[in-house]
Design a protein around this ligand. Sequence first.
Ligand code: NAD
Length: 437
Amino acid sequence: MKIAVVGTGYVGLVTGTCFAETGNYVTCIDIDENKVKKLSAGEITIYEPGLEKIFLRNLKEKRLHFTTDLATGIQDAAVIFLALPTPPGENGSADLKYILGVSEELGKLLTTYRVIVDKSTVPVGTADKVHAAIAKNYTGEFDVVSNPEFLREGVAVDDFMKPDRVVIGTTSERAKKVMTDLYGPFVRQGNPLVFMDERSAELTKYAANSFLATKITFMNEIARLCELLGADVDMIRKGMGGDERIGKRFLFPGIGYGGSCFPKDVQALVRSSAEVNYDFKILNAVMNVNEKQKLHLIPAIHSYFNNDLKGKHFALWGLAFKPNTDDIREAPALYIIDALLKEGASITVYDPEAMKNVRSQLGNVIKYVDNQYDALENADALIIATEWSEFRTPDFEKMSSVIKNKVIFDGRNVFDLNQMTDLGFYYVSIGRKIIKP
Ligand SMILES: NC(=O)c1ccc[n+]([C@@H]2O[C@H](COP(=O)([O-])OP(=O)(O)OC[C@H]3O[C@@H](n4cnc5c(N)ncnc54)[C@H](O)[C@@H]3O)[C@@H](O)[C@H]2O)c1
């Protein structure tokens, strides 16, 4: 099948590459000329495990193309995916200007039946708006389908190639047939294509992300309670997770959720609710708790350094909002950096993939080094903000010999408490007792 993907970011590039991998001819369109130039030349623009290999293979096989020109890109495409940004607008609701802008352009270009598929996360009613925007300039036949994307950055290729479910919102039999053919290779093991109406599909995505954000936040509140009551959140997590109704996943406490999706999607659902005069109380609380959680380590840092961080030097491991990605959107590490710099501290950071993105956002207000141990030089304490695997079993002897003070503030509970006791570190983590040497 010939496919066009408009928007070649995390979702668009993974979508386009994975559809090419199953034999389709895919053209990805993006307004960012630099991005298109790099991708066309075989240079991948995001870090996503496993993506580069299939990207290069499909580029070589000429099943994957890139262009900045919408008209060229959609020529002959039976299906046109929209994988465009939907950032929060001024009042927190999803800004649809990219989606509706492209839809209007499409209306000027269409001449035959196409299926326009919305992959971006959009509020209920957007499929109707996309339909209307196209219909302004095009009176022929077309269908608009809502197909929200559930991939997780860091495991996006696996998630796309082996989805646990694919949600497809359409009431058109013709579009349903096209989508069934397209997704067939991805659900051969029997995972379902879940068909529903457009509005339900749109809401499913927000409901799923908001539920997950709530689950994380619930555990973060339990962790806070553990700190006050002298209980251990790791034990509680294990005790709870054995109950199949709860499940083991998403019960790890930390310094809050970040990324490009959870924060904006929770906020957008609260806004959508308000627009129909519904006060979504739980989600308002989730947002409030999460804002505070990002800086949860700061009072512990204050307390250790007697409220005086001026001239103190910190090592920071982890910048990405979660491991296995270079994405730093809403990353808790950035909030910690900001808070420490404001108080006159200096920081040296290390992250396996995200330093380039942070450097382009923050410049040289912090120092960047190429490995985790160099970051520890002259550090009064180490802060851990992302649980990259390579941080889990470091060379503790080397750490002890490089760091100035054996002090760790761990926002991701990377280390074992007994181990920290044996090694003689002062160790603060989330929802567990403080280890003092
Ligand atoms: N990133 C995720 O993990 C994820 C997961 C599921 C759903 N989503 C949703 O998917 C959507 C896209 O997210 P993303 O993370 O891929 O965004 P992104 O910012 O990484 O990529 C969007 C791309 O669209 C391009 N673009 C903007 N305007 C354009 C235009 N007029 N024509 C062509 N290209 C244009 C941008 O240059 C950019 O490359 C959002 O709605 C997001 O909520 C994201």
